[in-house]
Write a protein of this length. Sequence first.
Length: 375
Amino acid sequence: MNGNRLLLFISAIAVASICFASCGRTERHSISGQVSANGSGLSGVTMVLGGAGLSTVTTDASGNYTFGGLGNGDYTITPSQTGFVFNPTNNKQTIKDEDITAVNFSATAFPTFSISGTVTSGSSGLSGTTVMLNGAASDTVTTDAGGAYTFSGLGNGNYTITPSKTGFVFNPTSVSQTLNGTNLTSVNFNATTVSTLSIFGTVTSGGLGMSGVTMALSGTGSATATTDANGNYIFSGLANFNYTITPGKAGFSFSPTSSSQTLSGANITGFNFTATSTQAQIVTCPSSGTVNVTIQDFSFTPLAITITVNSVVKWTNNGLSAHTVTSGAAPKNDGKFDSGNLGTGASVCVQFMAAGVYPYFSTLDPAMAGSFTVQ
């Protein structure tokens, strides 16, 4: 009796040990294979596993791949790599208590084509031209020393090719082409140099060149320039077209207020304007009612005066030397008024139409200076 009990006890322990080792444990398996191209393994292929489990691996240097740790169930394996198509496109497999091997794929490179041509200027290739490709793919290349360009590695599809280079126009401006199983050559362009021209002129006030005037150009292009010390300005690098130039400076009106011109194969010169101060200007001396300043012994008397808006100031040269009455801080004429040379006994009158401080000097002796405060 005791011997039977001992035998039963030993049997129970054996069964428990076997169950501990295997009861409740799910068997794990794998799916493996190879991706090849032209008879050789293709590395770097992305392999995606779908179905009862999700995973992604990459083929090794020999084109091999393995998905491990898989339970029983249905799976789909799908390869992908840019520039290749695969046969089959995917493969469905069912794991049932054993590993699956030799789930293989064959890769074929996409056929690719090229578009090429030349950009010329006259009879020579134009190097350094930017050529842009748009459509089924996008790319940018630059023409070589002979003006040639090539877009390669292209699939079938519709494309547009557009050249560009500063200082040139192109014929045609762009070309549309369709790749359909063969390369496209002789997609050519002809470049013509853009003719550049100039517009220049002078701004004067009281017959003298006026500096610091802002000149605004509008039309086919826009730009600004500032008159130099002699009142001159220039706009250069312009193409044939219609342009408008408008001068501007605070405290001045201009005649004309703006002017339109057409460039047509030649520069435009003498595009001039006259400035008139809206703050102070030379007027005919009235018979009375003026504020008087004497010019004598290389000085203005009085040197500084306060007056009201619209007052007329009269300068009279009682000395032996000629002098000027010129608006601005010496030695710069600000263009509001300039008497020119006043000899002995000569006079000039200026009316002040706006409040402010108005310095003036003699261009013949810049140390001679005075000012008016207009209230």
